[in-house]
Design a protein around this ligand. Structure first.
Ligand code: C5P
Length: 215
C-alpha cells in the first residue's frame, strides 16, 4: 500500500498577517517544515501545495504542487498529483504532529476507508443570537472538534471532491466530503498540541510549545 502525505500550504495567512502562513517560522523552523518533517518518516512521498510563484524551502522534504484559491482546490490538486493508494492530508498550519496520531490514523483507514483526528469538546457551547449575545445552549456531549491529519483511500476522496466540485459545494475539510458522500469516517483521538495556528495569539502558544517540543 503506497501512502502519500498531502499538505495544503497555499493559504495567504490573512488572519496572522505575516505573509503566506506556511512560511512563518516558529522558534527557527517554518510551520510547513515542522509539519512535513513529522509526516515524512511515515509515508512514501510528501506533496505540498504552495501559493503560485513560491518555491519549497530547501529544508522541507517533499515535492511542490501549485495550490488553488481555496483549501479544497489545493487538496484536489494534490490528490491529482499522486498515485498513492492511501493519502494522509494535513494542514501546514498544525506544526506539532505526534507520531502516535499518524500511526492510529493509518491503522483506522485500513478498516474504515476514512479517519480523522478529533478531540472531544471541553468548553460549553452556545450559538450566539443575532446581536452576538448568548442565544441557544448546545449540549457538548458527543461533540468533537475535528483536526488534521485525516486519512483516506485516495480513489474515494477524489470521487468525493469531484462530486463536490460539480455541485459547487464548499467544505472546510476532507472528512466532511467523505461523510457527504455517505461513507463512514472513523474518529481517532487527536492531540491538544495539534492546534491550528490561525491568529497572532495562536502563534504565541506555538512558540511556547515549540520550546518544549524541540527540547
Ligand atoms: O486558512 P486555514 O488556516 O483554514 O487553512 C488551512 C490550511 O489550508 C493551511 O495549511 C493553508 O495553507 C491551506 N490552504 C491552501 N490553499 C488555500 C487556502 C488554504 O492550501 N487556498
Amino acid at each position: 500500500v503506497k501512502v502519500a502525505a498531502l499538505i495544503p500550504a497555499a493559504g495567504s495567512g490573512t488572519r496572522l498577517g505575516l505573509g503566506p502562513k506556511a512560511f512563518v517560522p516558529v522558534e527557527g523552523r517554518t510551520l510547513l517544515g515542522r509539519s512535513a518533517a513529522a509526516l515524512a518518516p511515515h509515508v512514501h512521498e510528501v506533496l505540498i501545495a504552495l501559493p503560485a510563484g513560491l518555491d519549497l524551502p530547501g529544508d522541507v522534504p517533499g515535492r511542490a504542487v501549485v495550490g488553488g484559491d481555496t483549501r479544497q482546490a489545493s487538496v484536489l490538486a494534490l490528490l491529482r498529483a499522486t498515485d498513492a493508494d492511501v493519502v494522509l492530508i494535513h494542514d501546514a498550519a498544525r506544526p506539532f504532529l505526534p507520531s502516535r496520531v499518524i500511526r492510529d490514523l493509518l491503522a483506522a483507514v485500513q478498516d474504515t476507508g476514512a479517519a480523522t483526528a478529533a478531540m472531544p469538546v471541553a468548553d460549553t457551547l452556545v450559538r450566539a443570537d443575532p446581536a452576538g449575545d448568548w442565544g441557544t445552549l448546545t449540549p457538548r456531549e458527543g461533540l468533537w472538534a475535528v483536526q488534521t491529519p485525516q486519512a483516506f483511500r485516495r480513489a474515494a476522496l477524489i470521487a468525493a471532491h469531484e462530486a463536490a466540485l460539480a455541485d459547487g459545494h464548499a467544505a472546510t475539510d476532507d472528512a466532511g466530503l467523505i461523510a457527504r458522500a455517505g461513507q463512514p469516517v472513523a474518529l481517532v483521538p487527536g492531540d491538544a498540541r495539534l492546534l491550528k495556528v490561525t491568529t497572532p495569539g495562536d502563534l504565541l502558544i506555538a512558540q511556547a510549545l515549540a520550546r518544549v517540543w524541540d527540547a
